[in-house]
Design a protein around this ligand. Sequence first.
Ligand SMILES: Cc1ncc(COP(=O)(O)O)c(C=O)c1O
Length: 322
Amino acid sequence: MNKIDLSKNESPFNNLKEINDDIFNVLLSLNRYPKNINILNKLAEYHEIDSDNIYVGNGAADVIFKVLSVLDINSVTFSTPCFDGFKYMVQALNLSENSISLFDDGNQNFNGLINSNLFDIVILCNPHNPTGELLSLSKLDELLRCFPKNKYIILDEVYIDYTKNNVDSLSLLEKYNNLIIVRSFSKSFGLAGLRIGYCISNKKIINALKNKTVPYNINSISSVAACSALNNICKIKENIDIIIKERCKINDELIRYGFSISNSQANFIWVNAGEKAILYYRYLFDRGLEVKFYDNFGLRVSVGNEEQNNYFLKVMQDLSNK
Ligand SMILES: Cc1ncc(COP(=O)(O)O)c(C=O)c1O
């Protein structure tokens, strides 16, 4: 039996026809080098900022890895559990890891993050992976104010489009020269396979990243697809709205079945299962559902399409009756 994969926070939607058409057109001129400048200009227009403040890479993971590589840093702080990639990056770059555990209820330990003097850079995910916890703009501002000015902060916003409240973090860039905001086309734009992400920061940091990047690092197909997604933002937003609606439905139902969940503002839900996590995971796995498992802590389940979500809910309802 093929598993239903709800473990990677992917978009359940097929490409928009408009994106496919644009991809098809670029296939006819693959003899040409990519025109990366298009995606930079398109992003500048989308965010209403200068293109000199944007760096584009092969997914948010590549961009974060590049940031950690070019800055003069020795140690990295982040909440744990978190996106697994951070651990890998820190190890690959021989940096020291300073991880601050989430509280048992899944919330982040902000005092722990702020009071840690060990770090040169902190990675803050908003919403957080795996709990979906969202920090408001004022909370972010409060946190950033507490971080020393000579330390860097990566604000990883790969799930930000799924939040109901608008968190205009870009407005913080004027105040905080040490802030690097990271976004991705992998989640809300549904282009994970094309590996395209970017960061927005001050020109000095962006130049440092560009100086360590070979020309044409983004291929034509990715660049065209990302531009096409931005050109069709209204349709992308319709898909985002469906995910938010489905997430609310799943959350409400799980609460009704008696599960403890977080108020996730991302395209996944968090089941705070504690030591039962392994039992829940096995129960779902045996019924064809692949979710992300955190030992003695919980399960992170991506919001899939309606049919997948309804099946997941049915299995969870059965589980709650055991
Ligand atoms: C918090 C977080 N940051 C970064 C990434 C990597 O995103 P991308 O596919 O753009 O490399 C992920 C992927 O799941 C993630 O959860």
